[in-house]
Design a protein around this ligand. Structure first.
Ligand SMILES: Cc1cc2nc3c(=O)[nH]c(=O)nc-3n(C[C@H](O)[C@H](O)[C@H](O)COP(=O)(O)OP(=O)(O)OC[C@H]3O[C@@H](n4cnc5c(N)ncnc54)[C@H](O)[C@@H]3O)c2cc1C
Length: 313
C-alpha cells in the first residue's frame, strides 16, 4: 500500500522472475510501460540452479544458468523494469483494474502476466538434491548431451519418462528404466518403441532409495518393492521423470486450469480473462525450455501492450 493506503497502480504486473517473466518485462519495458516484476522466492527461476545451459542460442560456449538469468534481469532493468523481491499471495480478477496482494504491498494492474513456472516432482530421497547438476537431472533435452556414451538410469514409467528415455538413447550407451510397477503405464507406441530399443533396459517393481553423494553420481541404491531387497547399481546419470507441478494454486477457481493444473491460454497467451496472460512453464506442459518460456513471455507482453493501446489505458 502507498502512504495514502491505496494500492499502487501499474499497467503491466508480472508475477514470476524466470525466463518467461524477465523476457515479458524486457518487452513491456521497451514499450515504456514501466512493468513491475514480483520475483517470488526464486529470482531467475528454475534455470538459475543449473551450472551450464548449452541450448540457449547466442552463447556458443554455453553459459551458466545464473549468468543467463542475470543477463535477462539486467537487460529488463536497463529499459525501466522494476524488480520487487516479493511473493503474490492473492489475486482478484472480479473488477478492473485487477488486484494483486503480496506480503508487502497491494497492487492494481491493468494487465497481468503470470509466469509462476512449474516444478519437477522429486523423489525426496537422500542425495537427490545435493547431486543436481552432478548427474541428477529432470530434463533430458537440457542435459542428455553431457552423458555421451555413459550409462544412465531413468526413473518413472509414464509417457514423459519413456519419451525422455528414448531421447537419451541418442547420447547414452545404456538407459535403464527403473519403474515401481511391473509394467509400463505409458501409451502403447512409446511403450513398443522403448521395448524394441536395444539400449533400453528395465528394472521392474523397484524404486531408488539413495543417491550417494560425491563429486559426480557413480551409483544409486535400488530397492525391490516386492521383496524389499536392496542393491547398488552403477550409473553416471539419474534422470527423474515422475511428473511436474505447475505453480497455479493462487489461480485455482479464478482462471481455467487443465486437468494437470496448467493455466489454459489461447495461441496469443491470453488466459480465460481478457487482459490476463500466462507464459512459460505455468502454461506449458510440453516444451519446458528456457527458449520456449522466454518466447511465450515475449508473446504475452506484446499482447498486453496491444491490449493497453486498444483500451487506451
Ligand atoms: C536444474 C534445471 C536445469 C535446467 N536446464 C535447462 C537447460 O539447460 N536448458 C533449457 O532450455 N531449460 C532448462 N531447464 C528448464 C528451464 O529452467 C525452464 O523451462 C524455465 O526456467 C521455465 O521458465 P519460467 O519463467 O516459465 O518459470 P520458472 O523458471 O519456473 O520461474 C518461475 C518464477 O515464478 C516465481 N513465482 C512462483 N510463484 C510466485 C508467486 N506466488 N509470486 C511471485 N513469483 C512467483 C518463482 O520465484 C520464479 O521466479 C532446466 C530446469 C532445471 C530445474
Amino acid at each position: 500500500m502507498t502512504e495514502e493506503n491505496t494500492p499502487r497502480h501499474v499497467k503491466i504486473l508480472i508475477i514470476g522472475s524466470g525466463p518467461a517473466g524477465l523476457t515479458a518485462a524486457l518487452y513491456a519495458a521497451r514499450a515504456n510501460l514501466a512493468p513491475v516484476v514480483l520475483t517470488g522466492m526464486d529470482l531467475g527461476g528454475q534455470v538459475s540452479k543449473t551450472h551450464a545451459v548449452e541450448n540457449y542460442p547466442g552463447f556458443p560456449d554455453g553459459i551458466s544458468g545464473e549468468g543467463l538469468v542475470k543477463d535477462f534481469n539486467d537487460q529488463a532493468i536497463r529499459f525501466g523494469t522494476e524488480i520487487i523481491f516479493d511473493v503474490a499471495t492473492e489475486v482478484d480478477f472480479s473488477a478492473r483494474p485487477f488486484k494483486v496482494t503480496t506480503y508487502g504491498e497491494e497492487f492494481t494492474a491493468d494487465t497481468l502476466i503470470i509466469t509462476t513456472g512449474a516444478a519437477a516432482v522429486t523423489l525426496n530421497i537422500p542425495g537427490e538434491e545435493e547431486m543436481i547438476g552432478r548427474g541428477v537431472s529432470y530434463c533430458a533435452t537440457c542435459d542428455g548431451h553431457f552423458f555421451k556414451d555413459m550409462e544412465v538410469v531413468v526413473v518413472g514409467g509414464g509417457d514423459s519418462a519413456l519419451e525422455e528415455a528414448l531421447y537419451l538413447t541418442h547420447h547414452a550407451s545404456k538407459v535403464t528404466i527403473i519403474h515401481r510397477r511391473d509394467e509400463l503405464r505409458a501409451g502403447s507406441i512409446l511403450k513398443q518403441r522403448a521395448e524394441e530399443n536395444d539400449k533400453i533396459h528395465f528394472i521392474w517393481d523397484s524404486v531408488l532409495t539413495n543417491i550417494p553423494e560425491g563429486e559426480k553420481v557413480e551409483s544409486v541404491k535400488v530397492k525391490n518393492v516386492k521383496t524389499g531387497e536392496e542393491s547398488d547399481l552403477s550409473t553416471e546419470g539419474v534422470f527423474i521423470f515422475i511428473g511436474h507441478t505447475p505453480n497455479t494454486e493462487l489461480f485455482e477457481g479464478k482462471l481455467t486450469l487443465d486437468a494437470q493444473g496448467y493455466i489454459v491460454v489461447d495461441h496469443l497467451m491470453q488466459a480465460q480473462i481478457e487482459g490476463v496472460y500466462a507464459a512459460g512453464e505455468v502454461a506449458d506442459p510440453h516444451f519446458r525450455q528456457v527458449i520456449t518460456s522466454a518466447g511465450m513471455g515475449a508473446g504475452a507482453a506484446i499482447q498486453a501492450i496491444r491490449y493497453i493501446e486498444e483500451k487506451g489505458l
